[in-house]
Design a protein around this ligand. Structure first.
Ligand SMILES: NC(=O)c1ccc[n+]([C@@H]2O[C@H](COP(=O)([O-])OP(=O)(O)OC[C@H]3O[C@@H](n4cnc5c(N)ncnc54)[C@H](O)[C@@H]3O)[C@@H](O)[C@H]2O)c1
Length: 388
């Protein structure tokens, strides 16, 4: 049995003062002291990239990802990074993930996986060919109560699923935020950088992943209405989809970036013939299970509670009442890819939770592409390409 060691993590994107999601990933990587920030190509300009790696105490800084993978690939295995975290705008996920896999490096990539389904399918092919771990950062699936919801559904607590409601409203793009110098808004409303759907790719894809991850179902056909409310914006800022599910059930997926007042309050309701399981980010430490004629059961987060299955127990960190959430959820996705890598290295570690992988990322793209086509055809029923 191999001895446990700290894993070495690379990061592409996530540098610079205006950056959003690099910092949460760095905190998540460091949370359990199980990994270190080893190699970084953190910004799109070479000088800025080197400076950011220095400022953020990465062991090795690189001017760009191409140099990073070339040089890391030439290092002996005991020095090379074990996996790379990709936190760049959507259009660069594909070339960066492809370069990582071709160098033999595992990938944790931000969502949406790519900007086209073809790119995603090529990553599925490459990940299979190289047999490397590949996690897609649908961050809410790292929350223990969302993981528990998946387990309750698998234990048939809600019975046969009839319907899933999934939602994700935000309000930050209600006006033309892209004209106010907000970096995150600028690339998110540009189809060449964000992909064919703005709101759908950014947050509709999180809502859709609840259907796959929690309910274990996928959309086979969709009717969609993608709408742009902000004047002159080139991509949708509102995304409404009705779906036929793989078990003949129904789903609604509603995402919006113009819901003034909404605070990332995404969530889901999985409705079966025996009961309903319900969760919302605004009360993310609770999970509700309703059964006909019975009082509501409210599960609360807390590492000491005996009702968490063994599959989730290694992912809990705090006793009940102490809040753990956003950063811990991301840390849990890093934990999953780290456990996968450790197992491949022959370390004796718990089984990783089946968090979203490259197939789920590609399925998310298939859903988005079908929704875009449906909306272009005035909401016609449109097949979703199956991804297996
Ligand atoms: N899972 C989630 O909940 C969640 C939340 C926020 C963002 N995201 C995803 O994270 C990604 C980044 O989003 P953000 O809001 O942090 O964007 P951002 O604009 O804040 O940051 C993007 C960073 O990427 C860098 N960059 C761009 N091209 C690069 C390249 N070729 N090489 C190296 N660095 C490069 C930029 O310099 C910048 O530091 C997006 O794909 C987004 O969808 C996911």
């Amino acid at each position: 049995m191999a001895e446990q060691r700290k894993l070495r993590v690379g990061m592409v994107g996530g540098g610079g003062p205006a950056n959003f999601f690099g910092a949460p990933h760095r905190r998540a990587i460091l949370m359990d002291n199980s990994a270190e920030l080893t190699a970084g190509a953190l910004r799109s300009d070479p000088q800025g990239s080197l400076e950011a790696a220095r400022e953020l105490f990465f062991t090795r800084g690189y001017p760009d990802y191409q140099t990073m993978f070339r040089e890391e690939g030439n290092l002996p295995a005991q020095e090379r990074i074990d996996y790379v975290t990709i936190v760049t705008p959507n259009d660069s996920h594909y070339p960066i993930a492809k370069a990582a896999l071709e160098t033999g490096i595992a990938v944790l990539c931000e969502k949406p996986l790519t900007i086209t389904l073809d790119e995603s399918l090529d990553l599925v092919r490459l990940a299979r060919q190289t047999n490397l771990p590949f996690t897609v950062a649908y961050s809410y699936t790292g929350l223990p109560m969302v993981m528990l919801a998946r387990e309750l559904v698998r234990q048939e607590e809600v019975g046969n699923i009839r319907k899933v409601e999934a939602w994700y409203p935000q309000g930050w793009l209600a006006g033309r935020t892209e004209d106010e110098g907000v970096q995150q808004a600028q690339w998110r409303v540009d189809p060449s950088r964000a992909g064919a759907s703005g709101c759908g790719g950014d947050i509709g894809t999180h809502a859709y992943e609840f259907i796959r991850f929690v309910a274990g179902l996928s959309a086979v056909q969709v009717q969609a209405r993608l709408h742009t409310f902000a004047p002159g914006r080139r991509l949708d800022d509102d995304f409404t989809v009705l779906a036929r599910l793989s078990n003949d059930g129904i789903a609604t997926i509603a995402a919006s970036q113009v819901t003034i007042g909404a605070q990332n309050d995404n969530g889901f309701r999985v409705i079966g013939d025996k009961g309903t399981v319900e969760w919302t980010m605004l009360d993310h430490m609770s999970l509700r299970l309703f059964k006909s004629g019975q009082p509501v059961q409210i599960f609360r987060l807390g590492a000491e509670y005996g009702y968490f299955p063994a599959s989730i127990a290694p992912y809990l960190r705090l006793p009940s009442g102490h809040p753990e959430g956003f950063h811990e959820a991301l840390a849990n996705l890093h934990k999953t890819i780290q456990l996968q890598i450790r197992r491949r290295n022959g370390e004796h570690v718990p089984e990783p939770f089946p968090h979203p992988d490259v197939i789920d990322g590609a399925a998310g793209m298939a859903f988005i592409e079908a929704a875009v086509r449906s909306s272009e055809n005035d909401g016609a029923w449109t097949d979703v390409q199956p991804v297996e």
